[in-house]
Design a protein around this ligand. Structure first.
Ligand code: 13P
Length: 261
């Protein structure tokens, strides 16, 4: 499967910093081997797309998405962005259910499901984030947590017209590894990815085989190659290390090498 390398900038890089990033981000990669996705803050989306379109010969094609959305198409929801508006602004993907949305902003599984359905309805590819907290892992509840989080997504999918398993991506991000410098070992990642794939099979049937499953949580240039060589790891979702163009380019190049093996 083509490796996917995704950058979640979270609340970093305004339009000016985004333009500077793309002036310096020029990995030399085989675009058939790697898909590169960026999730800038909403207000930096247009500047990011413009910077990429305006930079001649950057080599690698990139895709853009939003970090969150509201499930309604439009309406009196001050401060929110719908999938339709994101699409109109040039996004083709949307992160949904990131652990910071779930645990800092209290987003529920049911809301995550509604957002996935809204993304599909608007023609965006949802990148569904799942992952357990440390106490859940220690209590042996990894499979149960992943099944609950993915089950809510599968339940929401038939409600969205055109929903199809090939049209989404899953990111497994253990909460204890996000922004902590602590990473799952390639073995832990492989075990968790096997569970995700299993749960996906139960939830969406045969289509599960084509869903890319990414690993996220303190991924950087030093561990990216080993993680992406682990069985079942189809790519990475990178926070902190995606903010620097040189370090993110190294991760993209590691993906290209992992794809070649
Ligand atoms: P870090 O790479 O900073 O740990 O963040 C991971 C993440 O949350 C990506 O969505």
């Amino acid at each position: 499967m083509t490796k996917v390398v995704a950058a979640n900038w979270k609340m970093h890089h305004g339009p000016k910093a985004a333009r500077q990033f793309f002036q310096r981000f020029r990995p030399e990669v085989d675009s058939r081997a790697v898909r590169i996705l960026f999730f800038p803050p909403d207000l930096s989306l247009a500047a990011s797309i413009g910077a990429v379109e305006g930079s001649a010969g950057s080599g690698a094609p990139v895709e853009f998405g939003v970090q969150n959305l509201h499930w309604e198409a439009s309406g009196a929801f001050t401060g929110e962005t719908s999938a339709e508006i994101a699409r109109d602004a040039g996004a083709t993907l949307a992160l949904v259910g990131h652990s910071e949305r779930r645990h800092v902003f209290g987003e529920t599984d049911e809301e995550t499901g509604r957002k996935v359905a809204a993304a599909v309805r608007a023609g965006l590819v949802p990148v569904v984030c799942v992952g357990e907290r440390l106490e859940e892992r220690r209590a042996g509840r990894l499979r149960e947590v992943l099944a609950r989080q993915l089950g809510a997504v599968a339940e929401a999918l038939p409600a969205a017209s055109g929903a199809d398993a090939a049209g989404f991506i899953v990111a497994y991000e253990p909460v204890w590894a996000i922004g902590t410098g602590e990473t799952a070992t390639p073995g832990d990642a492989a075990d968790a990815h096997a569970i995700v794939r299993d749960v996906l099979r139960d939830a969406v049937g045969d289509g599960a085989e084509t869903v890319p499953v990414l690993y996220g949580g303190s991924v950087g240039p030093r561990n990216a190659a080993a993680l992406m060589s682990a069985p079942g790891v189809d790519g990475v979702l990178v926070g902190g290390a995606s903010l620097d163009p040189a370090s993110f380019a190294e991760i993209v190049e590691a993906a290209c090498q992992a794809a070649a093996h």
